[in-house]
Write a protein that binds this ligand. Sequence first.
Ligand SMILES: Nc1ncnc2c1ncn2[C@@H]1O[C@H](COP(=O)(O)OP(=O)(O)OP(=O)(O)O)[C@@H](O)[C@H]1O
Ligand SMILES: [Mg+2]
Length: 498
Amino acid sequence: MRKNISFKLFMVTVFFFLLFIVTQLILQSLFFERYFIWRKTTEFETKLKKFEFQYYNYVDDWSKAIGLINEFEKNEDSKIVVLENDGTMSYITKYYDEKNDITKINDVKEIITKWRNDSNNAYNLKTATDIITYTVNNKNYDFKHLVCVSSIKKNGIQVKTIFAITPLNEVSDTIETLSDFYMYFYIVAFVISLILSIIYSRMVSRPLRKVTKTAKKMSRLDFSEKCEVTSQDEIGRLAETLNFLSANLELALNSLKKSNKKLKIDIEKEKKIEKMRREFIASISHELKTPITLIEGYAEGFKDGIFEDEEKDYYIDVILDEARKMEVMVADMLQLSKYESGNIELHIEEFDIIPLINKIIKKMSTSQVNDKKLNLITDFYEKEILVKADIQRIEGVINNFFTNAIRHTQQDGNIYVNIKDDKSRIFIEVENEGSFIPEEEKNKIWNKFYKIDKSGNKKFGGTGLGLAIVKNILELHKSTFGVENTEKGVKFYFSLDK
Ligand SMILES: Nc1ncnc2c1ncn2[C@@H]1O[C@H](COP(=O)(O)OP(=O)(O)OP(=O)(O)O)[C@@H](O)[C@H]1O
Ligand SMILES: [Mg+2]
């Protein structure tokens, strides 16, 4: 059996309705007949008193008395019997339907005989100030007779006794009719109350079911559905509160999710920084080991005096060279670690890129370029090209591309510097003749400490930090950059916003 609210409401309604019917039936069977008889009695007594009052004046005038009696009997559907003091029935009417009258007269006679047989009655009547009323069960009928006995007194002496007898058949008739009526009434009322109870239990349970459905979704942290109950009653207010709760929960949950996401990102960032720090320490100790060992070895050589005088200058130069390299490496690494920790802010400004490139070319055109007899070929002639970038950091980028190009170009080779215009940005390309970069290395060269020639060959020098720094700077500028193998050699390029 479903234990839902509609069912409960329905059951309660049916229960109260049945209780009402049962109570009604009990009250009816207990009190209805009594009440009816009581009402009939009081009415009959009042009428009889009125009759007696009139009859009193005609006690000795029979012709007038008969008219009065006939009228009373007809109006009240009763029989009047006048009994003389000696016990003779001085009057009993006969009219119309003789057969019916005879049975009535027989009933009356029987009642009077019974009255007379009880000697107390006569005494009671003598002392009574009012009418004596009682009911008689008659074995021939299934109804009672109401009997009123009263004495007519003259000068305080009883002269006649009057019996007024009326059948109470209408009581049982009325009760029977009423029971019949109530049976139909109860059936109809029961059906109506059933239908009503179903309707109103649904009226209550339907919005509740809607609210429950939303609440269930909420319990699964799904706040997509809102209660659509719009009534102004308690259920409406419950739905409103639930909607309010749902909105608040969703808000709280979203903000919690957001903070959680941020926390995760922070933790990830922290982990990454920690990893970088470890890698940094590992790399730096590895990279610094070689020059330190070299410096240490040569310094000990000096101490032990194993070098010839003419060799001493060479070894001092080596020591100085290694120490300078270490200095550069440490500076590069510090710069790189700054970029990687994300604590760098760019100072973006608009400037002309041409003078910057020319400045770098001029600087480079000294030692190495001259030594190798390299040709620096540019495709731009003094025209102004404005870009928006951090000038100092872009100088670092171009510097690095140039140093690499110079390093990897063979004797008498060419280095090309081109600037290309592309709608909202410009591309700067540094191309050098020389060996290609294998396809699978193209991505790796941007990693720190990555060098294609892993033999530690002194030919190219460098620590593999240059392009890693360049990558960080260009990413901060949201630049498009990369490397390509060309017909002549290798081309590095990057874009800058105009
Ligand atoms: N123009 C180029 N031609 C050929 N290979 C290059 C060129 N530029 C860079 N590479 C390769 O990419 C590697 C990484 O370059 P990167 O600039 O990061 O380091 P590096 O030049 O060796 O050292 P650093 O720049 O720190 O002095 C180089 O070791 C080299 O193998
Ligand atoms: Mg380099």
